[in-house]
Design a protein around this ligand. Structure first.
Ligand SMILES: C[S@@+](CC[C@H](N)C(=O)[O-])C[C@H]1O[C@@H](n2cnc3c(N)ncnc32)[C@H](O)[C@@H]1O
Length: 207
């Protein structure tokens, strides 16, 4: 990371806010803003957070679900434990069957909310990065199909690429409402977008 990046980070209002309010990452504010707008997570929900480290989104999810809910965070990197006992951390690759089975075992096969801020390892070659990103998103959608309850909600980060439009068309068949948005805390120069699916329609087959 260059000096420029460090300077930018230090002057970033959301970075400062996260430090002063004890959030693990500035990304926490993205989920807070999305949740405020779309009412994604409710008290006592089960939430699965894919690509969760260092845990900023899981932290917000824990606040929202309260003591009666469950939050499962999965990441290739270690997620430092939370003091809350209803947080379950899994260190591993969520694209693998083994990790997906671990998630299933903890949640008993179903969840009300699936959130994913996962970013693939980017190599800087645009076409390759877009493919990696789409692959990861497809896995998130596959997991959603396996574990989301009827009327469940999904939030996931996407990078716009060639398959973006088709992905949205497919999602619109699976959810009552699909919104694409960029929360104010997402950096303007980042090409990331967030897709919010509200009201999952279980057993809706897509041809
Ligand atoms: C932007 S960070 C998530 C930040 C998090 N939402 C927060 O608020 O702290 C993206 C994460 O996705 C994780 N990731 C990417 N691919 C993954 C995979 N296949 N399995 C598990 N984690 C993955 C990365 O390790 C990285 O920690």
């Amino acid at each position: 990371m260059g000096e420029n990046w460090q300077h930018e980070r230090k002057n970033d209002p959301y970075y400062k806010k996260a430090k002063s309010e004890d959030y693990r990452s500035r990304a926490s504010y993205k989920l807070k803003q999305l949740d405020k707008k779309f009412k994604i997570i409710k008290e006592s929900n089960t939430v699965v957070d894919l690509g969760a480290a260092p845990g900023g989104w899981s932290q917000v999810a824990l606040e929202k679900v309260g003591e009666e809910g469950i939050v499962v965070g999965v990441d290739l990197n270690r997620i430092k434990p939370f003091k809350e006992e209803n947080f379950y951390g899994i260190r591993g690759d969520f694209t693998t069957e083994e990790v997906q089975q671990q998630i299933m075992d903890i949640i008993g096969g179903k969840t009300k909310v699936l959130i994913s801020d996962a970013s693939p390892q980017l190599c800087g070659i645009k076409n390759l990065d877009q493919l990696r990103s789409i692959d990861l998103i497809n896995v998130v959608i596959e997991i959603a199909d396996n574990i989301l309850e009827e009327k469940g909600n999904l939030v996931m980060k996407v990078f716009q690429g060639p398959e973006y439009k088709k992905m949205l068309v497919d999602l619109k068949k699976k959810f009552r409402q699909v919104k694409t948005t960029k929360p104010p805390s997402s950096r303007k120069k980042s090409s990331e977008m967030y897709v919010v699916g509200l009201g999952y329609k279980k057993n809706k087959k897509i041809d």
